[in-house]
Design a protein. Structure first.
Lengths: 279, 190
């Protein structure tokens, strides 16, 4: 189906009546193609049919599932993961206990972080909190499941990062999925909730991976989600966004840019941080 | 359609297109007004080098935009590696990490179709040499919205799969050699 602006507004308005389903401030170009994808996936032929089916909780879960964008790669941007491993992890505040991935649409980002922590013997030290508005996606992550279609690119990225071939020590195939070894994901806690509605109650969050999430939002929603995310970051903690995302101007004073290429920012925590641009 | 009405130029290309695009950017009028968006198939792991390579000879500023960046006159925007590039109604760029399309990210079809939706008859689409069919449907979308379409003459292509795929789908306004494409662009306002 091909949607016009009025169709998109009508559909998002109907969705916004239900919990976790307010897409009204997503980018228009995203909504246009994602709603088209959604209607195809769920075999919906008319808007009216969609509005009727929305009344069913099971259908709403399917909608939420398909509106989430898969991460598609583990270790996307290997250079970023190298920087994280070599320059950031050892600078995380001592009293940090949690890392947070506000929108874990699929397991790739969460599991990349879990493997990195495992290899650096830090799994016991940090919990990885992920949030997903879809029950099914959350269940997949908690079970260590990923789309097997991305296995080749995952392996390639891992090799680029680690320069070794240990990927298969962690990932194996099972019933059409890639599965992350249980011992590597013991510190993963994926929660069925939208970070747009509720954030983790934990306070000591020292690293937030928020990569390529705000690209699907309009400017207004981007402003509000960055406030939400930055507010949860503990002093001295790090925020990472996508390499082609921009931190809204309003927040540039609040954070120190520590890596302009990998888009890594630090929340000043101590007096000496305020004018310090290093890691 | 008056040529002066164009608001966007989108150029798509794959194998062999670097030299064609480079030649276009070297010979285009330095004050060429209309924003140019380049969607070229590229290695996803190589994040730098292409802008620098194109900038060597370009007479117009070439950059890789960030998400939500506003299009400006007299600028060339290159779709970043491993991101799709879309155009928004408010004149900004929207990037995406959704699945590859036609085995490509950036997908030329996505960028061209997006230009067709937003700019309609004010979009100019140009499809160059390439080794797969990506871009053909996007060009058809531009033609379907009464935009203007130019396909590189297959006889002048390193690999002609891409332009031939487009020519099988619709009749473009023009089929031109790289030199003629430059000549056409230089008839547009500057």
């Amino acid at each position: 189906m091909n949607f016009g602006i009025n169709d998109i507004k009508e559909i998002t308005a109907a969705m916004a009546d239900y919990p976790h389903m307010d897409y009204s401030n997503y980018a228009l170009s995203f909504l246009k193609r994602r709603l088209s994808y959604l209607f195809t996936q769920l075999n919906i032929r008319r808007k009216e049919q969609f509005f009727e089916w929305l009344k069913q909780p099971d259908f709403r879960e399917k909608v939420t599932y398909h509106m989430c964008v898969d991460t598609t790669e583990m270790f996307r941007d290997p250079a970023f993961w190298r920087t994280l491993r070599d320059k950031i992890i050892n600078q995380i505040p001592e009293d940090c206990e949690n890392f947070w991935i506000p929108l874990a649409a699929s397991g790739e980002e969460v599991f990349s972080l879990a493997i990195l922590l495992h290899e650096n013997e830090l799994s016991q030290k940090y919990k990885i909190i992920g949030q997903s508005p879809s029950i099914e996606r959350c269940r997949f992550i908690q079970q260590g499941k990923m789309n097997a279609r991305h296995d080749d690119v995952n392996q390639t990225n891992y090799k680029r990062l680690e320069d070794q071939n240990a990927y298969q020590n962690y990932i194996h195939r099972d019933n059409g999925f890639c599965l992350l070894d249980e011992k590597v994901r013991q510190n993963v806690d994926c929660r069925h909730e939208s970070f747009l509605i509720s954030t983790p109650s934990e306070e000591s969050i020292g690293l937030i991976l928020f990569r390529n999430i705000s690209i699907y939002y309009n400017t207004r929603l981007t402003q509000s989600v960055f406030k939400r995310v930055i507010d949860k970051l503990m002093p001295g903690g790090y925020l990472v966004i996508g390499t082609k995302e921009q931190l809204p101007a309003a927040f540039k004073e609040e954070l120190i840019e520590v890596d302009a290429v990998e888009k890594i920012y630090k929340k000043p925590g101590f007096k000496q941080d305020n004018n310090h641009a290093g890691y | 359609m008056q040529a002066t009405d164009f608001k966007i130029v989108v150029i798509g290309g794959s194998a062999g297109s670097f030299s064609v695009v480079s030649a276009i950017l070297a010979s285009i009028h330095p004050q060429f007004k209309i924003p140019i968006v380049l969607c070229l198939h590229r290695l996803k792991h190589v994040r730098s080098g292409l802008v620098e390579g194109l900038s060597l000879k370009s007479v117009i500023k070439v950059l890789e935009p960030n998400d939500k960046e506003k299009l400006q006159y007299n600028h060339v925007y290159l779709a970043p590696a491993n991101y799709h590039l879309f155009l928004e109604l408010d004149g900004t760029i929207a990037l995406s990490t959704e699945e590859s399309f036609n085995h490509s990210r950036p997908s030329i079809d996505y960028t061209l179709s997006s230009a067709a939706y937003v700019y309609r008859e004010k979009a100019l689409g140009i499809l160059l040499t390439g080794a797969n069919k990506d871009g053909a449907y996007g060009m058809k979308d531009i033609a379907g919205k009464k935009g203007f379409t130019i396909v590189q003459d297959p006889a002048t292509c390193d690999i002609d799969t891409m332009p031939r795929s487009a020519l099988q789908l619709f009749d473009p306004n023009l089929i031109l050699s790289p030199k003629e494409i430059v000549q056409f662009l230089n008839t547009l306002p500057h």
